[in-house]
Design a protein around this ligand. Structure first.
Ligand code: NA7
Length: 550
């Protein structure tokens, strides 16, 4: 069935939005505000995106609840009250359900609908989007503008291990966790992966499992989250302070409401520095990164923080051999996404938790009874949990399989790695906008901040196109090349590209081109660039001739 295909030029919708998480919900709200017709296509049966799927034990946001939320509506900000310093998955999902209801968004969302492809019209002035759904079967939808709101971390990365189908137990990826939960009581659980997800899940699984074996390829830094309930007084204070909080976020490097200390870690004495790190460690959370301005820019400065954390690991973990294996040595603190935790390192003091180093002895195969390492050692398991992350940033877009007017697919266009202009648009793919696409700050920031900035920019752009009677917009390849070069320089000014196993570089997915994908030049600077591009009449974009002139 084809929606709105009355002749080739009829469009059912001004815009199709793919995804009903933070980005898709707000995009729909803004499109409605512009008086544009829009539909959101959502693979899941409900809203939430990341927070619909990631239901693993311990799933929780690493941004603090009072700012991991929308800022676009003052009443919404005041009426919603968070219960903990860091929100758990069910609470964020409940918040997004509340937003969907409050703004009556569900009537324009098609749930359980998976986008399987998208084809630009030959003149680049519209799209035909193909979907499948359990109830509706295969359908196509016609629209003028296609807007992806698919998130950066939504394409699960399950390692291609031989023998997985032969495993006699149960296996799960944390990003596709069963909704009914998984009872691990009395079972031997293996967890592969010690990124943010593994570090959240391992302590919680270990509380119930008969035995937990952690398969660690890269030791990781982690800062205590210091989670706890939010008191009424704290909530009231945040609500009263929102105007200032939002102002600090807007001017920040990472979209968080804290200011980075402008001192160098190397210009203060060792005892002063140690005291500062201790205070940051006690306060907990991602703010540890803000202790000194050069932690992510200077190797010697970074090493002071890295070594401080290694000392804490040595202090917490009682068995010296286990502590030694937990010490990160191959990358500096926060050059890979820094996790925060609740009793992660303490968990290795339990008698029923074993740490296995699969860097020196890699996982070779899954066998019916468990995991076999290259040395031949078999670790018997009843449940296998892959906390192995995602095909980040590009994976969710490539899965949509868009093709431009000449039939070139995104997979072909990005064979050597992604190219975008501002992370918002792609040359060769007119009338396509990518919310938090590669080469935008996205995963280096508090995501709702980046999402709102992108959605507002796209809404402004669509308004401009409408007001000028323009029906085609496409990134200029030269602007895209310049943006890639600017991104490379911004990344190279930091230590981030030096963390060889980072998913920021695509290193976690075999065969993925090695390109540093998030924009590392800072959120405020990036937002100012986007504003400037719009004010200049969309410099770097090719706009189709206004209708009157055509
Ligand atoms: P991450 O950060 O990509 O972590 C995945 C972990 O899984 C990491 O420790 C990987 O080791 C490990 N991994 C991946 N594949 C394998 C194989 N084949 N064998 C052994 N170990 C493996 O994903 P998360 O889900 O933890 O976090 C993603 C983001 O979600 C997070 O940063 C937040 O932004 C929210 P590696 O380091 O690659 O050696």
């Amino acid at each position: 069935m084809v929606d709105g295909e009355v002749g080739n030029r009829e469009f059912a919708f001004d815009a199709v939005v793919v995804g009903a998480g933070f980005a898709g919900l707000y995009m729909l709200h803004r499109l409605r505000g512009l008086g544009m017709s829009a539909v959101v296509l959502e693979q899941a049966a409900g809203v939430g995106g990341t927070w619909y799927w990631n239901r693993y034990p311990g799933a929780r946001c690493d941004s603090e609840s009072y700012y991991y939320c929308y800022s676009f509506d003052r009443e919404l900000e005041q009426e919603w009250t968070w219960t903990e310093r860091y929100p758990r998955q069910p609470e964020i999902k409940a918040y997004l359900d509340h937003v969907a209801d409050r703004f009556d968004l569900r009537r324009d969302i098609r749930f359980s609908t998976t986008v399987t492809g998208a084809r630009a019209d030959a003149d680049g002035r519209g799209w035909t989007v193909t979907t499948t759904g359990a109830e509706a079967g295969e359908r196509t939808v016609r629209c003028r503008f296609l807007i992806t709101a698919v998130g950066c971390l939504s394409a699960a990365n399950v390692p291609d291990l031989p023998g997985l189908e032969s495993f006699a137990g149960r296996w799960f990826h944390t990003g596709q966790w069963p909704h009914e939960g998984v009872d691990v009581a009395g079972r031997r659980v293996g967890v592969v992966g010690t990124g943010s997800t593994g570090i959240q899940a391992i302590p919680v699984l270990a509380e119930t499992a008969a035995h937990t074996t952690v398969f660690q390829r890269t030791a990781n830094y982690s800062i205590p989250a210091r989670n706890g309930p939010l008191s009424d007084a704290e909530s009231r204070r945040y609500k009263a302070d929102y105007p200032q909080i939002r102002e600090v976020q807007a001017q920040s490097t990472n979209g968080h409401p804290f200011v980075i200390n402008q001192q160098s870690a190397l210009e203060v004495g060792a005892s002063e520095r140690d005291a500062a790190y201790r205070a940051a460690w006690e306060r907990g959370g991602l703010r540890f990164r803000a202790a000194y301005r050069d932690l992510l820019a200077d190797e010697a400065a970074n090493e002071t923080a890295s070594e401080f954390i290694r000392d804490r690991i040595r202090e917490i973990v009682r068995d010296p051999a286990t502590a030694e294996r937990l010490l990160p040595r191959d990358h500096g603190f926060a050059t890979k996404r820094p996790p925060i935790d609740t009793h992660y390192f303490e968990t290795y003091n339990r008698d029923d938790v074993t740490l296995v180093d699969v860097r020196s002895d890699p996982i070779e195969a899954v066998v019916p009874e468990g995991l076999r390492l290259r040395s031949g050692t078999v670790h018997p398991l009843d449940d296998l949990v892959f906390a192995t992350g995602f095909d980040a940033l590009t994976g969710p877009l490539l899965r949509l399989d868009p093709a431009g007017p000449d039939g070139t697919t995104l997979g072909e266009a990005w064979r050597e790695g992604p190219r975008t202009y501002l992370g918002l648009a792609i040359s060769g793919f007119p009338n396509l906008f990518t919310i938090t696409g590669p080469f935008s700050p996205s995963v280096l920031t508090n995501m709702p901040s980046s999402i709102e900035q992108h959605v507002d920019w796209i809404a402004g752009c669509l308004e401009h196109l409408r007001d000028t009677g323009t029906d085609r917009i496409e990134a200029d390849p030269a602007a895209e090349r310049e943006w890639a070069e600017h991104n490379r320089q911004a990344a190279d000014a930091t230590l981030l590209p030096r963390a060889a196993t980072s998913w920021y570089l695509g290193a976690n997915v075999p065969g993925k081109p090695s390109v540093f994908m998030p924009y590392a030049g800072g959120f405020a600077r990036y937002a100012a660039t986007c504003t400037d591009v719009a004010r200049s009449g969309y410099r770097g974009f090719r706009l189709g001739a206004p209708r009157a002139a055509a």
